[in-house]
Design a binder for this molecule. Structure first.
Ligand code: OOG
Ligand code: MG
Length: 245
């Protein structure tokens, strides 16, 4: 597992894509999560800290875009949090997608703890950058690759209200590039939060106060060029912006 994690880690650090792992070795979902964990351990040994989790393929738009059909998760570290600028120079082929983010203010040990542990909700975005050539992967490959996690940002935290049908709009340089509703995320992004708690419990990971949970994109992802200004807004949640260079 460590050798496979190293291949993906080197692709991340060098900004050079690799063929998918399943072209070389058989990999099932449990083994893929072991590769993911080994990759996270490599990041932690470089001093990175866990700050949350991300859910993937929680909307049909994403499943259809990437050709996979199961909900997955990945882990977020502090170096992935983007403030207002992102350098795309070292990335492979970044894409951006609108997300709903939850902030936990209590530990989550079981799925039934999850909703009561939410301290805030925000509009967010995720920058994904598959380490695989042409974003070509199977479910196991993308799990091993920490669900293509690369960067994320969020707007101001708001008290949790009904987020079951929030309109989302993503614009690049003032042009709308994606729009949808939070209802696309498993019917309600809170279901994605509960699913995150379930996956965490199964993995023996306790979600921590201060952690962020990205519920998954409501729309397909779009290519993120250098020198772009991206704005994602959500009805009632304000907006978040990022500039690439
Ligand atoms: C995998 C990441 C999926 C989401 O929000 O559905 C994801 C990918 O699309 O490469 O982050
Ligand atoms: Mg995402």
């Amino acid at each position: 597992m460590n050798r496979l994690a190293e291949i993906l880690d080197e692709a991340t650090l060098s900004g050079r894509a690799v063929p998918k792992l399943t072209d070389m070795v058989p990999l099932d979902v449990p083994a893929a999560y072991e590769v993911q964990r080994a990759g996270i351990e490599r990041r932690r040994s470089r001093g990175e800290r866990l700050i949350g989790v991300k859910m993937g393929f929680t909307s049909r738009a994403k499943m259809a875009q990437m050709g996979v059909d199961d909900v997955i998760w990945g882990l977020l570290t502090d170096t992935m949090l983007v403030e207002s600028h992102l350098d795309t120079g070292g990335l492979i082929h970044p894409r951006i997608e609108p997300e709903i983010a939850f902030l936990l203010d209590r530990p989550v040990r079981t799925p039934s703890d999850a909703v009561a542990a939410v301290g805030g909700v925000a509009v967010g975005y995720e920058v994904i950058d598959s380490r695989y050539r042409d974003f070509d992967f199977t479910l196991a490959d993308v799990i091993a690759d920490n669900a293509s996690a690369c960067g994320f940002g969020h707007g101001p935290w708001r008290p949790l209200g009904d987020v079951g049908n929030v309109g989302l709009l993503m614009e690049i340089d003032g042009r709308p590039v994606a729009s949808g509703s939070s209802a696309a995320i498993l019917g309600d992004p809170l279901r994605s939060l509960t699913a995150a708690a379930r996956l965490a419990q199964a993995a023996g990971i306790e979600l921590q106060p201060g952690w962020v949970v990205l519920a998954g994109a409501a729309t397909a992802a779009v290519p993120l060029p250098c020198g772009a200004h991206v704005r994602v807004s959500a009805a009632g949640l304000g907006h978040v912006e990022v500039t690439t260079r």
